[in-house]
Design a binder for this molecule. Structure first.
Ligand SMILES: Cc1cc2nc3c(=O)[nH]c(=O)nc-3n(C[C@H](O)[C@H](O)[C@H](O)COP(=O)(O)O)c2cc1C
Length: 436
């Protein structure tokens, strides 16, 4: 029987690449070239998309200072604007999807709709938007608010935001640009309309001032974890990215999304759920475990991990004793990641959790050779039903070597098994996602 194929994405951010280890010579990727080369490597391996994470603050959540995030500079700060990087990555590739994160908290809807339309043109229909509502008070304070609105309200606002930006993208008919040389008409003004949107939170007159883009609207990516977030994702997303807890968690999440999509009169197969995973590759399985051990027992790993966790949850992990049992914690930020880390009820100390939850950013621990990890990915997809993986590295920081190990090692092994694509069959990201 022919194997069912699955999709691949890569989760990264426009932060410093790894710079102070033996195979790590980066640290200054600010001209974008390192990440453009990375996108080219992903395209050679036929990834569906690269996904640029983003946040809008320099977090002081750990210890009340920026020391942790700036000292380690992994994943959090400095962090540059993903939109110009998306333009560079799009210009440097021709088939790969390019998805960036833009927050409904930070961007006025009109500017976001215009930016996405512009980038979808530059990418020739390969652009996607990761829709986030932001999760930190510090981000809210950068935009004039005292604190982050509660999660439920953020999603109510995001729901209205989507109605508005969709109306803006629809404010031009797809055939509005006629370029009729004889009549001297570029665009038919009768095919471009104001939207006069007046909502509870947002207002915009419209029409959008950009030409209709190749995909009409960007591919929507979302990562809702709460019930309201999942419902939002199931209603809007073309692809959902998520951090799940093991095979059971993946299955539960995907089944739930598919049921919610059907309730919104959508075909569940139109949504591709990609599970976040960190593959740790080695020449042998033992070698992979040794490499993992070296990473997670390094002096800085615990600090980096807790700094990252503090940033995404607004909880000060420096306030807890490393050798005391961690109490159950809740957050207005990323509860799912927190739950995966804290293993509530386990009675474990913070120190134990840091090391035992070293793969908490991985929906399933993948540690081994190209062959054993490909086996695991195959089995997971058979059990879960689909739709693919979103690859990342510990604390989201990456080196050229890590990218090559995946694109020239793991992916070819998956390709030999017929599990992932060996060519792009369509020009646009949305069509490639829908291809299987
Ligand atoms: C794989 C993944 C990527 C995410 N990327 C971002 C991001 O770039 N920026 C951001 O503010 N939040 C990001 N989030 C947080 C989500 O948008 C969302 O808030 C989180 O999954 C919790 O779900 P909830 O909002 O329904 O509680 C990400 C979450 C996941 C699982």
């Amino acid at each position: 029987m022919e194997a069912k194929r699955f999709h691949l994405g890569w989760f990264m951010n426009f932060t410093a690449d790894l710079w102070n280890g033996p195979y790590e010579n980066g640290g200054s990727p600010w001209d974008g070239r390192f990440y453009v080369e990375m996108a080219q490597a992903l395209e050679r391996a036929c990834f569906d998309y690269v996904m640029v994470e983003d946040k809008l603050s320099v977090s002081e959540a750990y210890g009340g200072t920026t020391e942790n995030v700036l000292t380690h500079a992994v994943g959090m700060a400095p962090k540059h604007d993903p939109a110009p990087l998306a333009a560079l990555m799009s210009a440097g590739t021709s088939r790969l999807g390019v998805v960036i994160t833009l927050s409904t908290l930070g961007y006025p809807p009109f500017l976001l709709a215009r930016l996405c339309s512009t980038l979808d043109h530059i990418a020739g229909g390969r652009f996607g938007w990761n829709i986030v509502t932001s999760a930190e008070d510090a981000a809210a304070q950068n935009f004039g608010l005292d604190a982050l609105p509660p999660r439920e309200l953020r999603y109510d606002m995001a729901q209205e935001y989507m109605e508005l930006v969709n109306a803006l993208w629809d404010s031009w008919d797809r055939d509005a640009i006629v370029m009729d040389r004889e009549r001297g008409v570029y665009a038919d003004f009768k095919k471009v309309r104001p939207i006069d949107f007046r909502g509870t939170y947002f207002r915009s007159r419209g029409p959008l001032n950009t030409a209709p883009s190749p995909q009409g609207r960007p591919v929507f990516v979302q990562a809702g974890g709460s019930p309201k977030g999942r419902d939002f994702a199931a209603k809007h997303a073309d692809s959902i990215i998520t951090l799940a807890d093991g095979i059971e968690g993946m299955k539960e999440y995907r089944d739930d999304i598919r049921a919610r999509a059907a309730a919104h009169d959508r075909d569940p197969d139109d949504i591709k759920v990609l599970f976040l995973v960190i593959p740790t590759l080695g020449e042998t399985v033992e070698h992979a475990y040794e490499r993992r051990e070296r990473v997670i027992t390094s002096n800085v790993f615990a600090e980096q991990t807790l700094g990252l966790l503090s940033s995404i949850t607004d909880i000060d992990f420096s306030a807890f004793e490393m050798d005391a049992e961690l109490p159950h914690l809740t957050t207005n930020g990323e509860q799912g990641s927190l739950d995966k880390f804290q293993q509530t009820g386990s009675g474990k100390t913070l120190r134990q959790l840091v090391y035992e939850s070293a793969e908490f950013e991985s929906s399933y621990p993948l540690i081994g050779t190209t062959v054993t990890i490909a086996d695991q990915m195959q089995e997971i997809m058979e059990e879960v039903g689909g739709d693919g993986f979103l690859i990342t590295m510990h604390n989201q920081a990456v080196s050229r070597r890590q990218v090559i190990e995946v694109t020239e090692g793991l992916v070819p092994e998956l390709q030999r098994r017929g599990l992932v694509r060996t060519e792009y069959t369509a020009p646009t990201l949305r069509e490639n996602l829908l291809a299987f």
